[in-house]
Design a protein around this ligand. Sequence first.
Ligand SMILES: [Zn+2]
Length: 299
Amino acid sequence: MTFFSYILLATLGLIIGSFLNVATLRYDPDGGFLNIRLFGGRSHCPRCRAQLAWYELIPVLSYLFLWGQCRHCKQHISLQYPIVELLTAIVFVAIPMRIESMSYMLFAGSVGALSVAHLLVSALWVAVFVLFIALAVIDLRHMIIPDFIAIALGTIGVVLAGVMQWFGGFSPLRGSFMGHYAMIFGFRESIWVNHFFAAFVGLIFFGLIIGLSRGRAMGWGDLKLAGALGLIFGWPDIVLVLMLSFIIGSVVSVGLMVRGRKTMGDAVPFGPFLVIGAATVFFFGFRIMSLYFGSFGVV
Ligand SMILES: [Zn+2]
């Protein structure tokens, strides 16, 4: 893809990112299904209610020239705004690049950038990551993973599997972010058996944790998200997603306890760690597997 199309994608990402900020801030956990109000109501400062001028609505830049403060009352503006905007812009650029760079692992034959397969699969993964950002922010703010996000992710997972199947993207050698290492773990005859089995693994795994901890360690939202991640990633990628999210989650939780920010009994939302695990597998799954197997001298 050309430099210009990446600039366009980054700009689109910044705009979608600022909508994500509004959507996640206006999210009301008691409001029921699809209660995110995206439009209507001018944006204003949450403290002094001053309406924002057009130039205060420009993603990232407005944060920088306002020095992270409201122009009227000097209230600090949450770092969530520029972080979510930047992450969304990165997602819009990095995902099409990643899909292009691993097209030999995902598609039969050669698939160039801007081919139908590349565009469709990239668009579906961008949608997955936009939902990831929304759910991470909502889980951090409200300790809840909304059902409609898990349902949307699961649905995209099924569509993605159908699209991959259509473009010959599934075989013993293709269709996994672990590349050919996935063959060791079997279940590579049918993409549908593979992805539904992965969803089942995610659900059972969290079901056991919830059962054994009597609901204290994880919630039903985490379980539904793990099922959706199984539909998206398939087997054995889901196992790597779960392992990485638990490793990263424990390191961060221990770090927070050491710094006195949390104690053993405090709940830490797990959704963001599942998202980080999923993103790590998407971008680095193959590299992790080749490092791991390479350390035993296996290629
Ligand atoms: Zn203000």
